[in-house]
Design a protein around this ligand. Structure first.
Ligand SMILES: NC(=O)c1ccc[n+]([C@@H]2O[C@H](COP(=O)([O-])OP(=O)(O)OC[C@H]3O[C@@H](n4cnc5c(N)ncnc54)[C@H](O)[C@@H]3O)[C@@H](O)[C@H]2O)c1
Length: 335
């Protein structure tokens, strides 16, 4: 058994906790820490049978029985918690983004390396059955030489304003998943980006300097081109499509739905709505990514998504953010 501790019992923390308790093999959740623990969280953690529930995050690092920590607190806390966990010899699963301050991320990766602990970043979409099939088709040469990557990624609804204000901005919080997906599908790093971003949904988002809608175009180091379209609001459900086009053909995936039945009548054709959000669409992928983390600890192998992958996605986000604000193509810094 690998003993895990959770930091941050919010939306994603609770999802991971339930998966560890009910679905992930050879892992147990022994500590839940949340700096703003409330009665509801305590009740929830007690119902899951967690032995230790605390507001003092430091206890996660000093508790000898903890093998690895899951960092699911707000994004600005990630680098510091990675450093603390590594210095205490704990392996780390960190939610995306790995951070937003490049110097601090580099420092965290250095400490991880020196401490010889493993670090996996939560790019869950790599574990989705659909996107993985696109990836595998490209790697196996089924579409010949790949030319283009196309990603549509739209959330069904805005998160809370409180969440948005501490999220780091659309490129660091939302498109970060797509930047990683783009690298994963293209099998190449991104050389340069040109992004447009705007506020369509709620002017309040613009008031704190963020965007809610964006298009990022990319040039990859292997010569491929890519495009990502994002919007924080899609009332028809979570819109997650990927496509790679190449010399022999293309491979694409549609959105998942509860079933694929189509009702066809004289007045039209209709089917089920798309799955609503990440908790439904990536339900199985969230289990698979944690299982992969546990396997890498047990077998002493490199986690399937590394700290360097985390840094590379942030570097692309940084370039896209600068491009959108300055209206020019921006080279992605070397990792
Ligand atoms: N992989 C994914 O698809 C996915 C989805 C959602 C969120 N996330 C990421 O997970 C992280 C958390 O997002 P969320 O939506 O669960 O947020 P959330 O606001 O729902 O939860 C964050 C939790 O952390 C706690 N917290 C706040 N400051 C803390 C601190 N300093 N130390 C310890 N705990 C603290 C809060 O009380 C809250 O319970 C973010 O980095 C986000 O980008 C990833």
């Amino acid at each position: 058994m690998i003993n895990l501790a959770l930091i941050g019992a919010g939306r994603i923390g609770k999802l991971h906790a339930a998966n560890i308790v009910h679905r992930v093999r050879e892992a147990s959740l022994t500590v839940v820490a949340d700096a703003f623990l409330n009665e509801e969280m305590e009740r929830w953690a007690r119902n899951l049978g967690i032995p230790k529930i605390t507001t003092n995050v430091e206890e996660v690092f000093t508790e000898a029985s903890v093998d690895a920590v899951l960092i699911c607190s707000p994004s600005p806390t990630h680098e510091d918690y990675i450093i603390k966990a590594a210095r205490h010899g704990k392996h780390i699963f960190c939610e995306k983004p790995i951070g937003s301050d490049i110097a601090k991320i580099r420092q965290a990766l250095q400490v991880v390396e020196e401490s010889k602990v493993k670090l996996q970043v939560g790019f869950v979409r790599r574990f989705d059955h659909n996107h993985k099939r696109v990836h595998d088709a490209v790697r196996k040469g089924e579409i010949g030489e790949p030319y283009l990557v196309k990603i549509t990624s739209r959330d069904p609804q805005l998160p809370s304003m409180e969440y948005l204000k501490s999220s780091g901005g659309i490129f660091f919080d939302m498109t970060i998943h797509d930047f990683d997906m783009a690298r994963y599908l293209a099998g190449s790093d991104v050389e340069e980006v040109f992004a447009y971003a705007t506020v369509c949904i709620d002017p309040a988002i613009g008031e704190f300097g963020d965007f809610d809608t964006a298009i990022t175009t990319m040039r990859f180091k292997n010569g491929m081109l890519g495009v990502i379209d994002n919007c924080r609001q899609a009332p028809y459900g979570y819109d997650q499509r990927t496509e790679v086009h190449g010399s022999k053909g293309c491979v694409m995936v549609e959105n998942d739905r509860p079933n694929t039945a189509m009702v066809c009548t004289a007045s039209g054709t209709y089917g089920e709505k798309f799955l609503w959000f990440f908790t439904e669409r990536y339900r199985e992928a969230f289990v698979a990514e944690l299982q992969a983390f546990i396997e890498s600890l047990k077998n002493d192998t490199e986690p399937p998504v590394t700290g360097l992958d985390g840094l590379k996605a942030v570097l692309i986000a940084q370039a896209a953010d600068a491009s959108a604000r300055e209206g020019r193509p921006v080279k992605v810094a070397e990792a």
